[in-house]
Design a protein around this ligand. Sequence first.
Ligand SMILES: [Zn+2]
Ligand SMILES: [Zn+2]
Length: 175
Amino acid sequence: MPHLWINKNDEVGWQTLALGLGSTALDLATLGLRLPGIPPIVPLLQRIVRRDHPEQWALFAPPDRIRINGRLELLGLRLLHDRDRLEVRGLPPFYFSTERLAAVEKFPGSEKTVFCPRCRDAIDAGADAVRCPGCGMWHHQMAGRNCFTYAETCALCSQRSALDGRYRWTPEEVE
Ligand SMILES: [Zn+2]
Ligand SMILES: [Zn+2]
């Protein structure tokens, strides 16, 4: 799920704010931020949904107030990409991230049999499984068959397999 990293004050440090499927726009009030001269209900981030496209998010703010990755955005509107550093004059800097966390879900089943890349057995519909956020492949993750967490990383890619709710990338890498 896309999320923001915001550092409202140095004591708390960087915190994530999920951009959930339910939300279509995020305003300053929702973010707990205030910007002089801009009503708090004006959307700052807007979800953009187009058929057959992955969801995208755009940032709005008055031109000359937005910097993305250090560059002034004169249009006042910009589609966001993973790890973009967003600066809106008057607000603390924040980051946009599209990283998803690995989580155990019920395998929804599929027309063609899906085989676990770790043990090579079929995955049954309804079985506890993890869809790797890195490569998108399903792995078993149930009692006696913890295929996703069996090794340090996914069976097919470099995605960390720990189900500890920690993101691989945080702004501390670059700040
Ligand atoms: Zn397996
Ligand atoms: Zn993977």
